[in-house]
Design a protein around this ligand. Structure first.
Ligand code: MD3
Ligand code: FE
Length: 201
């Protein structure tokens, strides 16, 4: 592996995943979505999120009027599918920890979607890293610091890039400002997939 870019403490490995593996991961995530369809959740405040979300693992992240949480069952009462093995392999390569993740959130960004600045703090133990894998269209990713409203830095994430969020960066504010439609030919209908692996506890 070459060296990672450091963006406010977030380690970004550009082009870690080659095109063949990107296609295999896309197929694996399509199979996840056959069991756990992409849903547009409501925030606790009642706003519909523009990103569509699926998930895998023992529990998966979801949101509705009663709050953000990890749920063992999908809104339809079914369990979540297993985390694809190819994703576990990437975690084992880059996470730096000996235990496997127990959850995977899959985000789909269509044209015009974004994700506002936020912190990830719904996991029981925030000392475990988060690993993020980007597939499809380029996304403008922004990272700040531990406090809302601080200085931020931006970078375009492309298909095959992997980000590792560990240490102090684990609680940094971050978001996706926009998607560059048509910038990748990986997904036949376009858009961007992001898979995040975590230990939710
Ligand atoms: C920095 N997803 O699912 S991934 C999320 O591209 C999320 O879908 C974005 O933010 C996406 O919560 C960004 C990169 C990422 C993930 C977790 C982080 C960056 C992070 C946690 C702490 C700091
Ligand atoms: Fe996040």
């Amino acid at each position: 592996m070459s060296t990672a870019i450091d963006l406010n403490g977030v380690a970004i490995w550009k082009s870690l995943i080659d095109r063949g593996q990107q296609k295999a991961l896309t197929d694996a995530l399509r199979r996840v979505a056959e069991h756990a369809p992409f849903r547009q959740y409501a925030t606790p405040g009642g706003q519909r999120m523009s990103v569509r979300m699926s998930g895998a693992g023992q529990a998966a992240w979801m949101s509705d009027r009663s709050g953000y949480r990890y749920a063992a069952l999908q809104p339809n009462g079914e369990s979540w599918p297993e985390i694809p093995g190819q994703l576990l392999e990437i975690w084992r390569t880059v996470s730096g920890v000996a235990r496997d993740p127990d959850t995977c959130l899959v985000n789909f960004y269509g044209p015009g979607t974004k994700m506002g600045m936020h912190q990830d703090k719904d996991e029981a133990d925030l000392s475990w890293p988060v690993v993020s894998i980007s597939l499809g269209d380029d996304a403008l990713f922004r990272v700040g610091g531990p406090r809302r409203g601080g200085k931020t830095q931006s970078i375009w994430l492309a298909s095959g890039d992997v980000a590792v969020l560990a240490g102090k960066a684990r609680l940094h504010h971050h978001g996706i400002d926009r998607i560059k439609s048509g910038s990748s030919t990986l997904l036949p209908k376009g858009g961007r997939l992001n898979a995040t692996l975590r230990v939710a506890g």
